[in-house]
Ligand binder design. Structure first.
Ligand code: 13P
Length: 306
């Protein structure tokens, strides 16, 4: 079922689990993510970054496709613009049917981040879309970001940010970074910082970006500390790429259809593994109950079933 970010993350925050968020860059990866979630009975979030859409995966094509797949699945599935950094990109996502928006003003001065995020929240809330903001800065693993504690989210500022902007979810910087870490490097995540931010923001849904390569133990502990959304993109793409490289090394004349179907299976297995780390397997059953309660409420007010 196609739904919005808030419905999914409110349940995750209430029941202390995290939802995996991956990028449906094409048909195969999109279906791999949705099939993994459906098989695990887990809610899932589909992310498209603005650069990804500019380079390859136009929202006009991808969003209608994933919506069709989402509607055919019983698990709750939301779409989210990832790292929208301008009003122009937010409205592009908005016009193209995303069900939520991440606005990233984290490289801007604090007051500017507050002001721009607030405007995005006001626009999106009028139309029923949830908004994720970012405070502190989750940078790039290749540039050594994640190790610089001065970029971590400050808990008191997080409270001020959440109160003033009205965001529905907050992406925090606590030690991870986007992309591939140097070989053998495993990030140190500041779990106390997660707990502190969770407490001071009264249980606000929190997002961990840069999930790839963070280590299973770290992800499990981050979820226990209060993370409710884990973005993992690079690892999923790499899994599909590695399958391709391995298969072609064995047989360079493997038929194309076989290759893309194999990549889909490889990506699906990886997403299933991540779902297992975040305690989201089986949680979609809450939403089935919610739907049933909505239907009962309609019957009570109208006196008839649909
Ligand atoms: P990774 O590619 O490091 O998993 O990060 C994904 C992400 O956080 C997207 O916003």
């Amino acid at each position: 079922m196609y739904t919005d970010l808030n419905t999914i993350l409110d349940d995750a925050a209430k029941n202390h689990y995290a939802v995996i968020a991956c990028s449906p860059i094409n048909l195969e990866i999109g279906r791999a993510i949705i099939t993994a979630a459906t098989e695990a009975d887990a809610p899932i979030i589909l992310l498209l970054g603005q650069n990804m859409m500019k380079q390859h995966a136009k929202a006009e094509l991808i969003i209608p496709m994933v919506k069709i797949m989402a509607e055919a699945s019983p698990v709750p599935i939301a779409t989210c613009l990832d790292h929208g950094s301008s009003y122009e990109r937010v409205t592009y996502a908005f016009r193209n049917g995303f069900s939520s928006i991440m606005f990233d003003g984290s490289v801007r001065p604090y007051e500017e981040n507050v002001q721009m995020t607030t405007q995005v929240v006001q626009l999106c809330h009028t139309h029923g879309l949830g908004v994720e903001g970012e405070l502190g800065h989750v940078g790039q693993a290749a540039q050594g970001d994640g190790r610089d504690a001065s970029l971590y989210t400050d808990p008191k500022q997080a409270k001020d940010f959440v109160d003033r902007t009205g965001v529905d979810c907050l992406a925090i910087a606590v030690g991870t970074a986007h992309g591939e870490y140097p070989k053998g490097f495993v990030p140190h995540i500041n779990f106390d910082r997660i707990r502190e931010i969770k407490g001071i923001t009264n249980g606000m849904p929190l997002a961990l970006h840069g999930g790839s390569g963070s280590g299973d133990e770290n992800i499990i502990k981050a979820v226990e500390a209060g993370i409710n959304k884990v973005n993992v993109v690079t690892d999923v793409f790499n899994e599909a790429r590695d399958y391709l490289a391995k298969t072609l090394a064995t047989n360079p004349r493997t038929p194309y259809l076989e290759l893309i179907m194999g990549m889909e299976q490889a990506a699906k297995h990886l997403v299933s593994h991540w779902i297992g780390l975040t305690n989201s397997a089986g949680q979609a059953s809450h939403f089935a109950r919610l739907n049933m309660m909505d239907k009962l409420a309609v019957m009570e007010t109208t006196g008839k079933s649909e």
